[in-house]
Design a protein around this ligand. Sequence first.
Ligand SMILES: CC(C)(COP(=O)(O)OP(=O)(O)OC[C@H]1O[C@@H](n2cnc3c(N)ncnc32)[C@H](O)[C@@H]1OP(=O)(O)O)[C@@H](O)C(=O)NCCC(=O)NCCS
Length: 170
Amino acid sequence: MIIRTEDIRDHEEVYTLNYHAFENREDESKLIERIRSSSSFIPELSLIAEFDQKVVGHALFSKAEVVGENGSHDVIVLAPIAVHPDYQKQGIGTKLIKEGLLRCTQLGYPVVLLIGHPAYYPQLGFKPASHYGFTLTQFEVSDDVFMAYELINDATHAIRGELRYPKAFF
Ligand SMILES: CC(C)(COP(=O)(O)OP(=O)(O)OC[C@H]1O[C@@H](n2cnc3c(N)ncnc32)[C@H](O)[C@@H]1OP(=O)(O)O)[C@@H](O)C(=O)NCCC(=O)NCCS
């Protein structure tokens, strides 16, 4: 199993993978297409898990902004992430996230934010985003599902504020 950067030739498989992983719903596949064609897209942060020359997992990290007292700051949001149902619970999601966090750090971003399962992401070091002073008003979600992973120690102090997902998410 390898983790690599997504290529244009993967697009169809990524669409189908997300469709199956999200119980035959197209919303996430379409979200990926909108993000890919927006200025939030960072090609090296669209990650593929490949096994036996098949796409078995995908994670998309893309750009968003936090608006606070000190102005506006670029941050990364993770959405969506999917592992093919036949390959779940084998650590593939974890590998995709770890590689994504590493690449985001290398690119110099301060934090990754997401809305997700509160039982899953804390295992990987995510904390409630409120812990770092981030707020969210665009989506009505409970505190425990809005989470953050600080990539640079204490970097969140200077940028705390409201997360604004870009237009592609709506
Ligand atoms: C969520 C998802 C990407 C995880 O990928 P994965 O490769 O199965 O995850 P890993 O094998 O790395 O980790 C498995 C761990 O996550 C937990 N987990 C996986 N999905 C979970 C869920 N929906 N809710 C709570 N915990 C979950 C498992 O219980 C397991 O924990 P354990 O090791 O303590 O038993 C995958 O299950 C998936 O594609 N789900 C459908 C799409 C989805 O919901 N995407 C995420 C939206 S936030």
